[in-house]
Design a protein around this ligand. Structure first.
Ligand SMILES: [Zn+2]
Length: 466
């Protein structure tokens, strides 16, 4: 028999019930808006060797994690998609910046891949779509994946970077902030993701330990200063939460003659053994050997270079959370930190790169947050970027879809709410009425309580049949 449950909600009333109207179920306006900004390739410690007055101010005014860890392919599209879905790479399926097909030998560039829904839409819904399905208005400004359709649904407002889009135009950066402020204030958007291609571009071209990179961090800092002023100007300070994060770090590439670089054609004959490969793209790569040649390729590469790690797909450590994905090719390779994976020739283009395994500190990246729901002057312990998703859901009052993150790593950074559980029993019409909007109901009460300084006490008594 089911034990009957009596739920008693005692309310010290100063206003909640005296208003004589129902609880503000699903009242969107009770939740603050959210802007999530990604500065591509912002290594965790880039603010430590250059003056960054605005980022420093944010430490006082908000939350800083010492660093966060990207997923095990610290590459732009895989990592950004983990942040916006809360899923590991093996679940969301975006295993590379390049859309590829080993059967047809197709390879598309990173930018050409942005609009290809078949690359992004693998049954996992990003937060834009989940939030829209729960009544919110969302937008993506250049954020990777935002231009795709998911189960036939597109992001309400989505701008995708054009081919010739400049990464470092500070004037355009400010214009983009102005546009986003307009979306929040004039068009009542609830959630916007805004992406910038720096400091990734300068990190690749010049290297992370350079004057050019430090100047770019100062440009980013000025842009954050512009953002803070824009938020005040648009009266959003008490209504808008902001998360500033990134997808991976950057390290200096080791080059000959200081080291022996990795060139795989020194060890295998590509035209005889390899059907398809994804190499020459930083510290991570994959190979599809010709039929019956997996073992031969594996044995030839396994101990070929002291700084090359080679796995058969089934040997990739489970903690990487990549191997269960069909798109991962039979041979997976990582270079040790700073050793890029070159296939047939060494192009020597990039001075900095990423996509090395995520335990290296140079691959760690940033997390900052501020706004009405965040504590001030709060230093958070490091965590995995996958945990940003449930945090964003909580801030927006969205019921998350299944994900691999946890609020446990981020809930301490939020302002103390009175712990209220709206313990309506999920039966009959009440359950239908509350439905998926449960979390939003709860937050609405909390906010109302904060405004009116009332205390809500929930007492739940279980009467067991013995
Ligand atoms: Zn990136």
């Amino acid at each position: 028999m089911t034990a009957p449950t009596i739920v008693v909600i005692g309310v010290a009333l100063l206003g909640l019930l005296s208003e004589g109207r129902p609880l503000p179920a699903g009242n969107k306006s009770s939740f603050n808006k959210l802007l999530m900004i990604s500065f591509d390739g912002f290594r965790w410690n880039y603010d430590q060797d250059v003056d960054t007055p605005n980022l420093d101010l944010l430490v006082k005014e908000g939350v800083k994690a010492k660093f966060i860890s990207p997923p095990a392919i610290p590459m732009t599209s895989p990592s950004h998609f983990t942040t916006i879905t809360g899923r590991w790479i093996e679940d969301h399926g975006v295993v590379h910046n390049l859309m590829f097909n080993p059967k047809t030998l197709l390879k598309l560039t990173h930018k050409a891949t942005q609009n290809r829904s078949e690359w992004w839409d693998n049954g996992v819904l990003p937060l834009w779509i989940t939030a829209q399905n729960q009544g919110l208005k969302t937008a993506s400004f250049h954020y990777p994946g935002g231009g795709a359709n998911f189960s036939g649904q597109s992001v309400t407002r989505s701008l995708v970077e054009s081919y010739g889009h400049p990464d470092s135009n500070e004037t355009e950066w400010r214009e983009n902030i102005d546009i986003v402020m307009g979306w929040f204030t004039k068009e009542n958007f609830d959630f916007v993701t805004l992406y910038y291609g720096e400091p990734d571009a300068v990190g690749h071209a010049k290297g992370p330990e350079t004057k050019e990179r430090r100047l770019m961090i100062q440009q980013i800092d000025r842009t954050i200063g512009y953002l803070l002023k824009a938020i005040e100007k648009h009266n959003l300070k008490n209504k808008l939460n902001v998360i500033i994060t990134s997808d991976h770090g950057m390290t200096t590439i080791k080059k000959a003659p200081a080291v022996e670089e990795i060139k795989l054609s020194n060890y295998i004959k590509f035209n005889q053994l390899v059907h398809f490969d994804l190499l020459d793209y930083g510290g991570y790569g994959m190979i599809l050997p010709k039929e019956g040649k997996v073992e031969e390729v594996y044995q030839a590469l396994k101990n070929a270079h002291p700084h090359l790690k080679v796995f058969k797909k089934e040997e990739v450590p489970e903690s990487f959370h990549i191997a269960k994905q069909n798109r991962i090719l039979p041979i997976v390779l990582y270079g040790d930190l700073g050793y890029n994976l070159n296939s047939r020739i060494i192009l020597n283009v990039n001075k900095g790169d990423h996509s090395f395994t995520n335990e290296h500190m140079d691959m760690k990246t940033i997390f900052r947050a501020f706004g009405p729901d965040f504590k001030k002057n709060f230093l958070a312990a490091p965590f995995d970027s996958i945990n940003i998703y449930p945090l964003m859901c909580k801030l927006l009052g969205v019921s998350p879809t299944p994900h691999n993150g946890s609020l446990a790593y981020t809930q301490d950074m939020l302002v103390d709410d009175i712990e209220v559980q709206l313990t309506q029993e999920p039966t009959g019409k009440k359950a239908e009425a509350s439905g998926r909007k449960g979390p939003r109901v709860q937050k609405s009460i909390l906010q109302k309580n904060k405004q009116k300084k009332v205390f809500v006490v929930t007492l739940k008594i279980h009467l067991h049949n013995y």
